[in-house]
Design a protein. Sequence first.
Length: 227
Amino acid sequence: MARHGNSRHLNRLAASTYARVSKKTVKYLAKPASGRHALERSVALSVLIRDKLGLAANAREARKMIKAGQVRVNGTRVADDAYPVGLGDVIAMAQAKEAYSIGVGKNGDIKVEKAEPSEKGRTVKVVGKYLAKGSKTMLRLYDGSLAAGDAKTKVNDSAVVEGGKIKSILKFERGARCLVVKGAHASETGTIKEIKAGGATAVSAVKVEGQSGTFETPVENVMVIGE
């Protein structure tokens, strides 16, 4: 019996377009491990190093760099070549003394931008919360991580994280600056003008005023990036 779910690779032709890599050079693409970003919204660290940054000629070279401890993700050294990276992550290369941040492209795909190695803090959307032992509020963040937070923080707010700790909260409210992370308006930024509650037949939505005009998109498509 085939065990496709346990495969470490994806067929490039069937893989999500999020990675935005050539589908005809070789047959397979390394599969990102589970546990952080969703499969369709992430790429394996080795794919990022080789295909997006061009720092390795092949998968073997990329794995060698990662296993040697030359790569840090959000300040933590990562040794797993399948480690999933996605929106909001910051990747630092030790030898090259360079850093890159993961953003979103016009088609909702991955966008890699140069960042300053000394930059601190990253903005991550809050996607869930719960009470832990001792009535401690824990926040589930977009990248799959958990962080202790304030009970006043709500789902859809954004957390500015530094060193694994939340430094500040950006509220999901009218007047806030937001980034559209997927959908027809992916990569656009704007100001939230109205928040519409969902119902039995409609999803919660926001009206955003951007440079190209005013548009409406589901709440899950936006992330607050400023006040």
